[in-house]
Design a protein around this ligand. Sequence first.
Ligand SMILES: [Zn+2]
Length: 55
Amino acid sequence: MSITRKCPVCGKPRHAEHTPFCSPRCRDRDLLQWLEEGYRLPGPPATPPPGEDEG
Ligand SMILES: [Zn+2]
């Protein structure tokens, strides 16, 4: 029983030259997704802690 490694982006058989992806395109795509997710994870929220907004 052998496990066929596939491109994590599109699911096609990956290429040895672009492992673990099937093409540089998918590699860039994965990288972009990764970066976008990084940008979507900002630091702590800008809202002040509760209790300081009274008065
Ligand atoms: Zn691919």
